[in-house]
Design a protein around this ligand. Structure first.
Ligand SMILES: Cc1ncc(COP(=O)(O)O)c(C=O)c1O
Length: 272
């Protein structure tokens, strides 16, 4: 379960989280909560609740074995290169926890810079600290820019023919639904590929933009999507959106007019 809005950019509500926890309790399941996007929420009225808090509110903290994941590669820190993260384990029997600790302890070489970054993420500057004001200013600037980029990308996607995209509530992604011409679906079948794969591959070849076919994540039968991100800088994202729009219009036009597979071309009228 991802409380912070993974592939689709949607956030779980508190009620969703309660349902998931109750389900885990009823079915004796371990809950692995990927909470790496906890700082990346952009819309009013939604906020991050850790599964640990919701479990505690429901009195299920000792009942549901819970693993909460966090990483320095997301949020507003974005330190992908340093590789730091942690898992917090609650509600496990003591002997299982001992084994987890033993496994973690036999890692030979600590990843020092990643560990330092993790510590900084978990203990940010507090009011009154010398770097507090600058820290808050940078945090707001980064999250504000991500929010603007998210809105720009989603608005651009929603202007395209046959494309609908929910607001990116959080994380770093949008997951637009695309309607593809019948001939594009036939062409994909001829190649033994999924229709959204064909779209994504042609987008890559035409523009250099890499997106991920919705079929890679799972989607309702007969619907097509792609997963994209608003990580390009504010200087670049406008160009990305317009280039995507130009590609989309050309793709739709080409497949709408494409000859049916196997059609024999008419002989030129002048006999050449
Ligand atoms: C939901 C989610 N969790 C975890 C990760 C990866 O985290 P890390 O960079 O710490 O391996 C990603 C990467 O994109 C992600 O989308």
């Amino acid at each position: 379960a991802s409380a912070g809005c993974a592939a689709t950019g949607q956030c779980l509500s508190y009620a969703n989280q309660e349902d998931i926890l109750r389900f885990c309790a009823e079915e004796d399941l371990v809950l692995i909560a990927d909470e790496v996007y906890q700082a990346n929420i952009y819309i009013e009225g939604k906020e991050f609740f850790s599964f640990k808090k919701v479990a505690s509110d429901l009195g299920l903290l000792q009942r549901v074995p819970l693993v909460s994941l966090h990483s320095i590669s997301k949020g507003f820190i974005g330190e992908c290169g340093r590789r730091g993260g942690y898992m917090e384990v609650t509600g496990f029997p003591a002997d299982v926890k001992d084994q987890i600790l033993k496994l973690a302890s036999i890692n030979l070489c600590p990843n020092l810079s990643g560990q330092i970054c993790c510590t900084l993420m978990m203990n940010p500057p507090q009011p009154g600290d010398p770097s507090y004001d600058l820290y808050i200013q940078e945090k707001r600037a980064i999250l504000g820019s991500l929010k603007r980029r998210a809105e720009l990308l989603v608005a651009g996607l929603n202007q395209l023919e046959g494309v609908t995209c929910n607001p990116a509530e959080g994380a770093l992604y949008a997951f637009p639904r695309i309607t593809l011409p019948r001939r594009a679906i036939e062409e994909a079948a001829r190649l033994g590929k999924q229709p959204d794969w064909l779209y994504c591959k042609e987008l890559l070849v035409a523009t250099g933009i890499v997106v991920v076919p919705g079929s890679g994540f799972g989607q309702a039968e007969g619907t097509f999507h792609f997963r994209t991100t608003f990580l390009p800088s504010e200087a670049d994202i406008g160009r990305v959106v317009s280039s995507l729009g130009e590609f989309h219009a050309a793709f739709m036009e080409r497949y709408r007019n494409k000859e049916p597979a196997g059609a024999v071309e008419d002989a030129p009228a002048n006999g050449h």
